[in-house]
Every structure is written in structure tokens, then in C-alpha cells.
Design a protein around this ligand. Structure first.
Ligand SMILES: NC(=O)c1ccc[n+]([C@@H]2O[C@H](COP(=O)([O-])OP(=O)(O)OC[C@H]3O[C@@H](n4cnc5c(N)ncnc54)[C@H](O)[C@@H]3O)[C@@H](O)[C@H]2O)c1
Length: 222
């Protein structure tokens, strides 16, 4: 049984997809903490689950903004039983083309995300570095917070069909890549990641902390 869960960056994309999986699997209430406006996809899911899916506007790079959002959730829901730290961003360009401001902006969002993209073909070295840092942080936090009964795990999706990856199938050699990589010759749909999150958030994972679950069909993954 899943209780109240908050997701950062769940107004669209992977966050919204896994929110849907958790609702299907019995989550009582889900709160999306997102800097953007909730769009039609969010509204449609919210209509399917009346009184169970909410959007709260906040910026994960601003501590005060997040604290206010979490306080509001705890006040409304009574407690927060799980958190999925999903909000993230990237820029698609070579390492040497990144400006200091772009790297700082990317790290400040991704420093609070939980998933990792190991992919040599995605031209964003700072993105990879920020995600690798999350893996180590997951392990350290898990060790530190077990005494408080808090489990800390991560999920590492492969390439997923969202706004972040719109450019992937537009590469001129995309068909060639599909032919030679092996694995499933397509990107994942967001709902295909849900099982890993549902498991880690549920009591079935009560003795599971510090692990990473990769969910990928091989394409683009090194
Ligand atoms: N799409 C992929 O192939 C893929 C693969 C592996 C990991 N990931 C990671 O999964 C996460 C979600 O990716 P996605 O593809 O759904 O991206 P997306 O761009 O579709 O969604 C990201 C969401 O995060 C929100 N967000 C961005 N900055 C924020 C901030 N400062 N405060 C609050 N919310 C903010 C956005 O408004 C958006 O709703 C990211 O951390 C991404 O790096 C994506």
C-alpha cells in the first residue's frame, strides 16, 4: 500500500508517468512539486483520480520554496510517506561549449534528482557528472538515514520518450543506431518505468536501501 507521496517535476514527462503508476497501484495522494504550470496531461490524470493528484508550484533550487511546499503537503495530507526526487534538466552540447552559468544552473537542479542517464551519445558531460553524483549521494544518505527508518534508493532510466529527449529520434543516423545497438529498438514510454518506483516506495521494499534499479532497454546506454 502506498500512502502520500510527493514528486518533484511531475507536471509532465517521467514524473507524471510514474505518478500515474503509483495511483494505479493504490497511492492515496500524490503531490507534484514543479516550477512549471500543470498542463492538459496533468489535468486529465487529475480528473481520473479526483482528490488524489495535486500540483504545487515551487523551485527545487530554492530551499525556502521547497520547504514551504513540503510543509503545505504535510499540513494537507497529514504526513509524507515517500518522495521521488525527479526534477531535472540538461543542455545538449559538448562539454567545452558549456558556460559556467549553464553548468551551475544544471547542477543546482540535478543535485536534487535521483535518476541517472549513462549514455555516451547524449552530449552533456555536466549532466552525466551531476547524475553520477546522485548515485553516491543515494548510498551515503541511505547509510546515514537508516537509523531514522528512511530508505534511500535510486532509479536509472534509459532513454525515455519525453520533452527532454525530443531530439533523439531526430538525429540523422537514428535508424542506423537502432539497427546496430541491439536491445529494444525504441525509447521507453514513461509508464514503463513505474514498476521500479512503485516497488521502492512500497512496504515490499522495507529491507531495501542504497540500491539503484536500472530500467533500460539498451538503446543509447553505454
Ligand atoms: N527522458 C529521459 O530519457 C531520461 C532518462 C534518464 C533520466 N531522466 C531524468 O528524469 C527526470 C525527468 O526527466 P523528463 O524526461 O521527464 O524531463 P521533462 O523535461 O519532461 O520534465 C522535467 C520536469 O521537471 C520540472 N523542473 C525543471 N526544473 C525545475 C525546478 N527548478 N524546480 C521544480 N521543477 C523543475 C519541469 O518543469 C518539468 O515538469 C530528470 O531528472 C531527467 O534528467 C530522463
Amino acid at each position: 500500500m502506498l500512502f502520500s507521496i510527493s514528486y518533484t517535476g511531475a507536471n509532465r514527462g517521467i514524473g507524471l508517468g510514474i505518478a500515474e503508476c503509483c495511483l494505479v497501484n493504490g497511492a492515496a495522494k500524490i503531490y507534484s512539486i514543479d516550477i512549471g504550470e500543470a498542463g492538459d496531461d496533468f489535468q486529465n490524470l487529475s480528473n481520473q483520480y479526483p482528490g488524489q493528484l495535486f500540483a504545487i508550484q515551487a523551485d527545487v533550487t530554492k530551499e525556502a520554496s521547497i520547504s514551504t511546499a513540503v510543509d503545505k503537503i504535510v499540513e494537507e495530507a497529514g504526513a509524507l510517506h515517500g518522495m521521488v526526487v525527479n526534477a531535472g534538466r540538461t543542455n545538449h552540447k559538448s562539454a567545452l561549449d558549456f558556460t559556467t552559468e549553464e553548468i551551475e544552473a544544471l547542477f543546482s537542479v540535478n543535485a536534487v534528482v535521483r535518476s541517472i542517464l549513462h549514455c555516451q551519445r547524449v552530449p552533456s558531460t555536466p549532466y552525466g557528472a551531476s547524475k553520477a553524483g546522485i548515485r553516491n549521494m543515494t548510498h551515503t544518505l541511505a547509510m546515514e538515514w537508516a537509523q531514522h527508518g528512511i530508505r534511500v534508493n535510486s532509479v536509472s532510466p534509459g532513454l525515455v520518450n519525453t520533452a527532454m529527449t525530443y531530439w533523439v529520434p531526430q538525429q540523422p543516423d537514428w535508424e542506423q543506431q537502432l539497427k546496430y545497438y541491439g536491445g529494444f529498438p525504441r525509447l521507453a514510454e514513461v509508464q514503463e518505468l513505474g514498476g521500479a518506483y512503485v516497488y521502492l516506495l512500497s512496504d515490499a521494499a522495507s529491507y531495501t536501501t542504497s540500491i539503484d534499479i536500472p530500467v533500460n532497454g539498451v538503446i543509447g546506454i553505454c
